[in-house]
Structure formats: C-alpha cells, structure tokens
Design a protein around this ligand. Structure first.
Ligand code: BGC
Length: 489
C-alpha cells in the first residue's frame, strides 16, 4: 500500500465518513469501537451505550488488511484510497481495510478479479485436497490453446479442449517465475473463491534448490551449490514465498517440495559428486522451508519421494525412512503433511504383469500402488507422524515404450492417467490424491546434444525426439499423451 498520502490531508474526509454497522438499519447509531462495553445482547448483536443512547457494537471481523499490519475498519465504509490490496478507510488516525458489509449479514464485498478481498484464515483439516475446487492454471490453458491452434484432427482437438477442465501444478522453477506466478495465481484463485463461495485449492511446486537436479543435467537450475546461492534461495525465493502465502491466508494451498532432491540424497551420494556437493544445501534448504512454510495453517506440504523404481527396493526404502524422518524433524515446528510420488515420471499406478523377480531387478514395489503401500509402513516405522501421499498421474495411464524403468525423459507411448481427485482409492485412506503435477506437454529435457543441459537419457531410444528444453512446450508428446489417455477422454 502506498503510505505516502499524508493522513492529515484526508483526515477531513474521515470525519465525514458515514458509520456503517448492523444497528443502523434498526435506527440506532454504531458505537465508536468494536471493543465498547456490552450492555445488552440480543439476536441482532451486542449493544453499547454512548451519548445517552443505545448503539450497535460493530462486530470484530478479520479482513484482508490485517496480514498487512493494519486493522479492519469497524465503523467506516468510505474509501479514501484504493490500491492493489483493496479499499482503505481511516479510523482513529490510522489506515484500516474496508471489508464490505459482511458483518452486517449482507453480501460480502469480494472485490473484483484484480483486487479480491482476502478473508479470514483458512485452516486445513484432514485431507488438503478434499472438498475444494481445484484451480485451473491460466498459463497452462494458454499453452493448450496454442497447441490446439496447431491441430487439424477434430477428435484430437476435442481431447485437447478437455485438458482445460483439469487442474495441474504451477512450477515455481526460477526466482523470476515465482515472482511472476505465485501471487498472480493466488489472487486469481482467491477471486474465484470469493465469487463462487467455494474454496479453491492451488498447487505449487517449490523447485529451485541450489545445485538442483544433481544426478542429471536436464533440469539443472539457476542456483549453484555454494553459500551465496544458498543465501539467495532463502532470501529471494523461500522468504518471498512465505511473505505471499502469509498474505493470502483465506484459501487452501498445497506445495510439492523440490522434486528428486531427497531421493538423490538416499541413493546418489556415493556415486555422484554433484549430489555430494549439493547435500548440505538440500538439507539446509529443506529445514529452512519447512520451518517457514510448514507453520502456515492454510498450506499443506508434500516432500517428493521419487517413484517406485527409484526408492522401491527394500534397502532404499529403509534408508529413505531415516533420511525423511531427519529432514522433517529438522524443520520443526513446521509440519509436513506427506509425500509426493511419481512426479514427472511414467510409472503406472498398477501393473499386475510385474512382480518381484529378474524383470524388476528384484524390486518388490514395481508399481506406484505397491510402492506407496510399502512406504506407508516404512515411514510409520521410521517414526514419521503424518504419512499421507499424493501420486502424479499426469502421464502414467499407458505403459510407455521404455524397456527399462529408469528411463525418465520424454518417453514415447505416454498416456494421461487418472484425473486429479481426492481420496481416489477406497481403503487407502493415506492416499490423499491423484494429481497432475507435471503438466502434460511440457518437456522433460532437450534432445539437442550440443545444449548445456543435454542429458544422455533424452537421447535414448524411447525418448521422443526432437525435444525442447525442460519445461518448454512439446507438441508431439502432448498429442501422444492425449491419444493414449487412460481412462480415455
Ligand atoms: C523443468 C521445469 C518445469 C517443469 C514443469 C521440469 O522438468 O525443469 O523447468 O517447470 O518440469 O514442466
């Protein structure tokens, strides 16, 4: 808010402000403060006495200006200044936020799309995915529209149009993208929430650790594994996320935390020097972000656990229990709701054709269902209190062409999997949701062998080519994912 407008210059306006509270419609003035002494209470509200007459005591209510350090207006509805945060009034010589007339029981002031009014604190209870409308990312909708413009097959176009009805995660994969997308989408979701009266859940992926993607090259990030970049991660990235989330308190949010990073800490420290270099920054980064973001009541976090063909083996799962338990306690008092599996991978939810044996390299968890069942038990035994999961089903509906489950880059034979939904499997109460974390159509990595972020996996036989850089639009991969959707569109 712009505080540069001198209060004295508008004090006269404040004096003229018409009081607004529930008692006015009954013919009584409003008391001067919501903390006035209560003399009588009836169905209308609490009554005080001022100037020898009854007055209605304005109900104390939370409003959008409180998180910004300003009280809510209790007796004025006259805006003396409006900015990106909302309409400001003046009371007792200070700015206050005008929250409409919600305390008087009339239609709440929900603002408009650009300036939605932030309501009172939302608090997750139980499954964070349950009971909400899932936010549709306008950036993805635009990507799909651009993809449709390149299509001529009408049945494919119809399928592509369906994509715009489903939610997927918003990746905050650089400081710049976080600055561009976090607040903008929170605001849009809030506007929708205000207009529909139904909670709108937005899912973000926190993805910018120093030394990111230490075991591969395709998604190496902007921050390097050194002290000064680690400081930037904290101050320019996590702190800003915290600040924005602390402002938009009235809507549910889910964060998927740093894909691949902790799984690399479980399996790739010995064999990959870059992962050893990153270790302390990954661990410190997690402790920092859990402490800061894990205390926010409207925010639920899931730590990434790779997928069935990464940590599914007995020894890996056991080690994972220790690593994740330690990471979670390092973030105390912050809380973690659970774990995200299969992010940006292709492992099917169920594959009854596979069982532990030479074909699976003796992995007893050859599909996501068996992996999550086993992880649930192991994480509980490791002493982790809150053990819930989500599974990324954006690209696991159809068995891909890969002959080895370690193939992760732009697999041919891709197909969309189960639609985003809460509590998808009855009897698996610890599975909070199927959700589309990786947006179908965004590449896993470039196949250009001369590119700095070229990873050999993106050149393998079952990786679709030519492929653009990770995160860039990959039309052919998108189209194949639509064709192979299972359940079909
Ligand atoms: C890329 C990110 C991108 C994300 C979603 C990752 O593989 O590294 O830049 O935002 O995928 O497509």
């Amino acid at each position: 808010m712009k505080t540069s407008i001198a209060l004295t210059a508008v004090a006269a306006l404040a004096a003229k402000a018409s009081a607004a509270c529930w008692s006015q419609k009954l013919g009584y003035p409003c008391c001067s403060s919501s903390s006035a002494q209560v003399w009588f209470t009836d169905n209308d509200g609490e009554w005080g006495v001022e100037n020898g007459d009854w007055c209605g005591i304005p109900k104390a209510e939370s409003c959008w200006s409180q998180p910004l350090g300003y009280p809510c207006c209790t007796s004025t509805s006259t805006a003396v200044y409006t900015d990106g945060d909302g309409a400001w009034g003046i009371e007792n010589g200070d700015w206050c936020g005008i929250n409409g007339n919600s305390s008087q029981g009339s239609t709440p002031n929900v603002g408009n799309d650009e300036n939605p009014v932030i309501g009172s604190q939302y608090t997750h209870s139980g499954n964070p995915f349950k009971g909400h409308k899932f936010f549709i990312n306008p950036y993805y909708t635009a990507e799909v529209d651009a993809a449709i413009a390149q299509m001529s097959n009408s049945s494919l176009i119809a399928k592509a149009k369906k994509m715009k009805e489903y939610s997927n995660a918003i990746w905050l994969d650089t400081i710049e993208n976080m600055n561009n997308w976090l607040e903008r989408n929170l605001k849009t979701a809030l506007a929708e929430q205000n207009q529909t009266g139904k909670t709108v859940l937005t899912v973000f992926v926190v993805y910018d650790l120093p030394g990111r993607d230490c075991h591969a090259l395709a998604s190496n990030g902007e921050l390097l594994a050194n002290d000064s970049d680690a400081a930037r991660y904290k101050t320019e990235y996590i702190d800003v996320i915290e600040e924005k989330l602390k402002t938009y308190i009235s809507q549910p949010v889910v964060l998927i935390v740093e894909p691949d990073s902790l799984a690399n800490m479980v399996t790739n420290l010995e064999n990959t020097p870059a992962c050893r270099d990153s270790e302390k920054y990954y661990l410190d980064g997690h402790a920092y972000l859990i402490k800061k973001l894990g205390v926010l009541k409207h925010v639920a976090m899931y730590l990434d656990i790779g997928h069935a063909f990464w940590l599914g083996w007995d020894d890996n799962r056991e080690k994972a229990g220790k690593v994740y338990a330690k990471v979670i306690s390092s973030g105390s008092p912050g809380q973690v709701r659970g774990f995200a599996s299969n992010v940006a991978n292709y492992t099917p939810w169920e594959d009854p054709t596979l069982s532990r044996g030479p074909d699976t390299e003796w992995n007893p968890c050859p599909d996501e269902k068996r992996y999550i069942e086993a992880m649930y038990k192991d994480f509980k035994s490791a002493g982790i209190k809150s053990v819930y999961f989500i599974d990324d089903t954006s690209r696991n509906g159809h068995k891909t062409d890969r002959t080895h489950p370690g193939e992760w880059c732009n697999q041919t034979g891709v197909g969309i999997g189960a639609r985003p939904q809460a509590n998808p499997i009855s009897g698996m109460d610890y599975l909070d949701a199927f959700y589309w974390v990786k947006p179908l159509g965004e590449s896993d990595g470039t196949s250009d062998t001369s590119a700095k972020r070229y990873d050999g996996y993106c050149g393998h036989a079952t990786a679709m080519k030519p492929a653009p850089e990770a995160g860039q639009w990959f039309q052919k991969h998108f189209e194949q994912g639509l064709e192979n959707a299972n359940p079909p569109f």
